[in-house]
Design a protein around this ligand. Structure first.
Ligand code: PLP
Length: 434
């Protein structure tokens, strides 16, 4: 693998941007090599500026579920941009995207479009606090909900590899109202409700966490959260920025059979453009300005080009055949990966079409167990796969995704390469916590 141009590009970028990037995990900090700079992408393939090609399992962190540069999304964007790219005034497009989201997810009767997942979650928290007239937010260790102040407590994703679990620059008074407890820990949940009881505005979680790597909710855990939030009059917020429209047309809540009070979306719903959304019942959403007293606004909210990409994406996804095709491909692929994991005492965590391979002999069902995995072994494994033209999400705390565009041949090739490197590169100490 020749990466001369990427290395040069990285050095130039380092002079001008912190860490050379505009979002931390992209820097490959967890991997310990310079990142590859991408020139273009098509279908399931990324091409870097040195001309190397990769089968992409990061897919812009799950965004590109239909594959990169999908013709119908491209066409929608071209048509939209011909008409000007921002008006700061209402359009029919926004109503169309809102209607697709509302139709998809029964707990969402009204929706507000924003420009990122962070913004969606931040606004959902404000809404929950206003609705309940309470302050305390419960989250789970390793859950990532964007970079707003109050949620940078024991956060996953790019913060997961850090020794300090929250960010500097966040006043104590702000995070004092955020309590983080271990995922899948029913006792901790009961304890925290006993302690803060009717001061708890909301519990926020990724219903299937994907930012400490993929972790599955244990049997009954989501139902318990639903029950206890109702009992105490707190709201339940499902952060579906990754899971929304990833496994079915709508929130994963439809598959799990647990309905939150507020849902946040992002990633997939923008079709590769910056779109987020939060939605809830009409009653809860009526608090949002200009209808109600909760202020939230955005110059580029509902941007016509971004929303056109979102509409094109959701229209395609409304054909459930797409999901079953991805599911079938994924389950054949995961069956083979599971055999490799078993052979090498690794943990393969899978939900439908996303997965994380943990270099851990013990089961991973929360943030603490994800941290115990051998992340330096993962980094070595990662580098070998990259050299072989396989681009995973560049951290052992991230999810990988299958898209409609991945071919059986590509998945087969990936299985072979993973088989080759999953065992060979394990370091002697499986418990070293790097
Ligand atoms: C990516 C992500 C966010 C943040 O979205 P941005 O668009 O990056 O601001 C929030 N919550 C979850 C679950 C995410 O995966």
């Amino acid at each position: 693998m020749n990466n001369t141009l990427s290395s040069q590009a990285y050095n130039s970028a380092l002079q001008l941007m912190p860490g050379g990037v505009n979002s931390p995990v992209r820097s490959f900090k967890c991997i310990g090599i310079p990142p590859v700079f991408i020139k273009k992408a098509f279908g399931s393939t990324l091409k870097d500026i040195d001309g190397n090609r990769y089968i992409d399992f990061c897919l812009s962190w799950g965004v590109s579920i239909l594959g990169h540069a999908h013709p119908e999304i491209k066409q929608a964007v071209h048509e939209a941009v011909e008409n000007g790219s921002s008006y700061g005034a209402p359009t029919l497009l926004e109503t169309e995207l809102a209607s697709l989201i509302v139709k998809s997810t029964p707990s969402v009767e009204k929706v507000r479009l924003v420009s990122s997942g962070t913004e969606a979650v931040m606004s959902a928290i404000r809404l929950a606090r206003a609705y309940t007239k309470r302050d305390i937010i419960i989250k789970f260790d390793g859950g990532y909900h964007g970079h707003s102040d109050m949620l940078l407590v024991k956060a996953g994703s790019g913060l997961a590899g850090e020794t300090s679990t929250s960010s500097q620059g966040v006043p104590d008074q702000v995070v004092n109202h955020t309590v983080s407890i271990p995922f899948n820990d029913t006792n901790a949940l009961h304890e925290v409700f006993k302690k803060y009881s009717r001061n708890i505005a909301a519990v926020i979680l990724e219903p299937v966490p994907a930012n400490m790597g993929v972790v599955l909710p244990q049997e009954g855990f989501l139902e318990t959260i639903r029950r206890i939030t109702r009992q105490y009059g707190s709201l339940l917020i499902f952060d579906e920025v990754i899971t929304g429209f990833r496994f079915c047309f709508g929130g994963v809540q439809k598959l799990l059979g647990v309905e939150p009070d507020i849902t946040t979306f992002g990633k997939i719903i923008g079709g590769g453009f910056p779109v987020g959304a939060y939605g809830a019942s009409k009653e809860i959403m009526s608090l949002i300005a200009p209808e109600g007293p909760v202020y939230q606004a955005g110059t580029l909210s509902g941007n016509p080009v971004a929303v056109s990409a979102g509409i094109a994406t959701l229209k395609l996804l409304s054909d459930e055949v797409i999901y079953s095709e991805i599911a079938q491909k994924s389950s054949r692929f995961f069956e083979k990966l599971q055999a490799i994991a078993n052979k090498n005492s690794l943990q393969l965590n899978v939900f439908r079409n996303m997965f994380t391979l943990y270099f851990s002999k013990d089961k991973v069902n929360d943030f603490a167990s994800a941290q115990k995995a051998d992340h330096s072994a993962f980094a070595k494994f990662y580098i070998e796969l990259l050299k072989e033209g396989i681009y995973l999400s560049p951290s052992g705390y991230e999810a990988n995704f299958i898209s409609l565009a991945h071919t059986e041949e590509e998945l087969e090739r990936t299985v072979k390469k993973i088989n080759l490197y999953a065992g060979a590169k394990k370091s002697h100490n499986n418990q070293n916590n790097k």
